[in-house]
Each structure stands twice: as C-alpha cells, then as structure tokens.
Design a binder for this molecule. Structure first.
Ligand code: 0O2
Length: 233
C-alpha cells in the first residue's frame, strides 16, 4: 500500500505544474483507462460465451465466476517505478501487461486448461505470455494459470490491440490466494517464517484436494456412463 507522501511524490513526477498541460495528461489518461475497460469487456464476453456453450445440455459449467478489475492509478505508477521505466502514459501501454485484469474461477483443474486453450485458439486473440504456476507453483505455494493476451478493440476511428492479464484458477486456489494476499498487508506479524511455512502447507493440501475432487468427478462420470450403457434397450 502506498503512503500518502509516496503517492504525492509520484504524482508530482508525472503531473506538470502548468494546469493546461495537467488537464491534457489527465484527459489522455482517461482515454487510456477507457480502452482498458473496453478490452476487459471484450475478453470477458469471450469467456462468458465459452462458458454458456460448455454448460449446454446439462453439462456442468467449467467457470464458476469471472471477476475483473482495472489497476488503480497509484498502483500503475508504483509498478512503473518498481520496474525502473519511464513514468509516462506511453510507458503504461509499453511496459505494463496487467492494467486490465480478469480472474476466472473454475470448478476443476482440467477446466482451467480447457478454458485457456479455447481462449487461445480464437483467431483474434494473441497470446503474449503464459505463466503456469499450477505446474510450477511459486515457492510460497501460489498456484494459478496466468495468460497475457492481446485483443483488438474497435474504437470510432481506429482498431487497437490491447493487453489483458487473465488469471485462471480453481475455487480452492482462489480461496488460498485471496487470504494470503490479505495477510500480506499485515507487516507486523511475528514468526513470519513459521506462518509462511504453514501457508505453503495449506496451499499443498489445497492442491491435493483439487486433484482428489477431479478424480471423484471422473468416477461419478464413469459410473453414470456405465449405468446409461446398461439401461440401453
Ligand atoms: P493485483 O492487485 O492482484 O493486480 P509483478 O506483478 O511485477 O510482481 P509479474 O511477473 O507481472 O510480476 O507477476 P506474476 O507473477 O505474473 O503475478 C502477478 C499477479 O499474480 C499479482 O498481481 C497477483 O494478482 C497474483 N500473484 C502472483 N503471486 C502471488 C502470490 O504469491 N500470492 C497471491 N495472493 N497472488 C499472487 P499484483 O500486481 O501483485 O496485484
């Protein structure tokens, strides 16, 4: 979280004293943010359509929730500073991939890969980067499938490729990540190492449970198929 002083320092770097120039920069910033909001809508719609189609005929929906967010201006500034790149509007588009973010919560681990592959196959989507923290969890136990995708967005007089970060994870992975993220802000904890080890243990247990749930679902499906075959005249 940025302190008020740090926020002011960052703002003074990007915003000039001249009120006219300042207004111009703020207006351009609004346009850029509108473009990211539009990109979120494009990708969100694609995911909703995939989920609707895959849920037809009594099939279980692979996606249980889709959440989206646009990075807050202060977080954008902070990230530019952290990356050591120019603090400017052009630099946002050039250097940041996660201003527009979508989180897809799936029921089962294999649904994650199914949804990711279906999105990647669409011919107007360009996959820029993939980080598979499910096959390669972070040392703290974090698991999730991250994609940076580029989607064309049509505006009044131009078509712009916009980048969106799509994080896909199971309900269980999301439960862990949300609580771990909240607890990160508690700077004053004692026994930090012990707590980190316990969180890692929880993440591993959750991963085992995810795998177990998938096996249970497979068994139920197999039993159902067997019964359906049996009742055939
Ligand atoms: P927010 O508010 O969720 O957007 P960097 O972002 O520079 O650290 P990189 O390579 O862009 O590095 O990030 P990466 O590894 O792809 O992960 C980016 C996002 O994944 C984070 O965004 C988190 O949302 C999530 N994430 C990554 N690691 C962890 C983790 O250990 N715990 C939890 N709970 N979430 C994680 P932001 O920008 O940090 O925050």
């Amino acid at each position: 979280m940025l302190s008020e002083d740090k926020a002011k320092e960052l703002m003074s770097e990007i915003l000039p004293d001249d009120p006219e120039k300042m207004r111009e920069i703020l207006e351009t910033f609004d346009v850029l943010m509108m473009r990211y909001d539009s990109a979120i809508r494009e990708v969100r719609t694609k995911l909703e359509i995939l989920n609707d189609e895959l849920s037809l005929h009594g099939q279980q929906s692979p996606i249980s929730a889709i959440n989206s967010r646009r990075k807050k201006p202060m977080s954008i500034l902070e990230k530019l500073k952290r990356y050591g790149v120019e603090v400017s509007l052009d630099s946002i588009e050039k250097n940041l991939n996660d201003v527009a973010g979508i989180r897809v919560i799936c029921s089962f681990v294999d649904d994650i890969y199914k949804v990711a592959a279906m999105l990647a196959r669409q011919d107007d989507i360009k996959v820029v980067q993939i980080k598979d923290y499910i096959k390669n969890p972070k040392p703290n136990g974090y698991r999730s499938y991250h994609m940076i995708v580029e989607v064309p967005v049509f505006f009044s007089n131009e078509k712009r490729p916009m980048r969106v970060e799509v994080q896909i994870r199971t309900v269980a992975m999301d439960f862990w990540a949300s609580l771990e993220h909240k607890m990160k802000y508690k700077q004053d904890i004692e026994n930090a190492e012990e707590i980190m080890a316990q969180l890692k243990e929880c993440a591993d247990t959750i991963s085992e449970t995810d795998m177990k749930m998938m096996r249970i679902r497979e068994k139920i499906r197999a039993d159902r198929t067997e019964q359906e075959t049996f009742v055939q005249p």
